[in-house]
Design a binder for this molecule. Structure first.
Ligand code: SAM
Length: 244
């Protein structure tokens, strides 16, 4: 029967993302591009239970369905300008993975590292995240290779992963700061590799890419402010300092 399609539905988060990314600048465009981006889903409500997580570890990868919560207030438009096209060409929002969408829903397939309980709290540990810390998770599903993996699928827009366009080098000051932080490996897992993988993707706006640039940039990973500069196609990591 023809439903009243103007009806709205409410969603309650079942979990919250814990990720190294505390700002959108620098987050990879898709999951799996930075496998050093390790994090967790802290389960909430009735999903924070032995029953709900049972057998999840039978799967190597999971789908995370989430809300682009930081964009919800800004709303969405039917056409967008994908960064991959230099931010000039317009495309229909449904033809893209734009983070500004009709209901703000995102989906990322990530590697499952494990399911862990600490006290009464369940965590699902994952790697290859492309999500902000604090992102609300509305569902988790197992990645099912026989149906989710479509080898002959094609896309004229995004057939290949974005290339790593920058060669990343750490200055001696940054190396010394990494050394000092290595005592806190628990708090900053895979820090050097994460900085390298994020900066290799050249987070700068497309019109600046592949160009030298005298600007010094800052990127927030965990609670660390990483300062860097691009000269030719080399990215020099200048400083790694606690942002508090
Ligand atoms: N893989 C997901 C998808 O296809 O639905 C996300 C793709 S989207 C291009 C990834 C970008 O979303 C990130 O680079 C970041 O800029 C943005 N993002 C991540 N978490 C967000 C959040 N909680 N709110 C708003 N934007 C977010």
């Amino acid at each position: 029967q023809n439903q009243d399609l103007s009806q709205s539905y409410s969603l309650s988060p079942i979990g919250e993302i814990q990720s190294p990314f505390n700002e959108k600048f620098g987050i990879p465009r898709q999951p799996g591009l930075c496998n050093a981006a390790v994090g967790s889903i802290k389960l909430l409500g009735e999903c924070n239970s032995d029953e709900a997580v049972k057998d999840l570890s039978l799967h190597s990868h999971i789908w995370i369905l989430f809300l682009f919560h930081q964009n919800l207030k800004q709303g969405w438009k039917p056409s967008v300008r994908p960064p991959r096209l230099g931010g000039n060409e317009k495309m229909g929002v449904l033809a893209t993975r734009s983070p500004f969408r009709p209901n703000g829903i995102g989906m990322s397939a990530v590697k499952l590292l494990g399911v862990r309980k600490s006290g009464k709290q369940w965590f699902i540990d994952v790697k290859g995240l492309d999500l902000l810390d604090g992102t609300p998770v509305v569902d988790i599903k197992p990645y099912i290779p026989y149906s989710d993996n479509i080898p002959d699928a094609q896309s004229e827009l995004a057939d290949t992963a974005p290339v790593n366009s920058l060669d990343v080098k750490f200055t001696s000051q940054a190396k010394n700061q990494l050394e000092a932080l290595s005592e806190k490996a628990e708090q900053y897992p895979k820090l050097a590799l994460l900085i390298e993988q994020v900066l290799q993707q050249d987070p700068r706006p497309s019109y600046k890419q592949n160009k030298a640039d005298d600007k010094i940039y800052g990127i927030l990973l965990y609670n660390l402010n990483i300062r860097w500069q691009v000269t030719n196609n080399q990215c020099d990591v200048l400083e790694i300092a606690s942002s508090q």
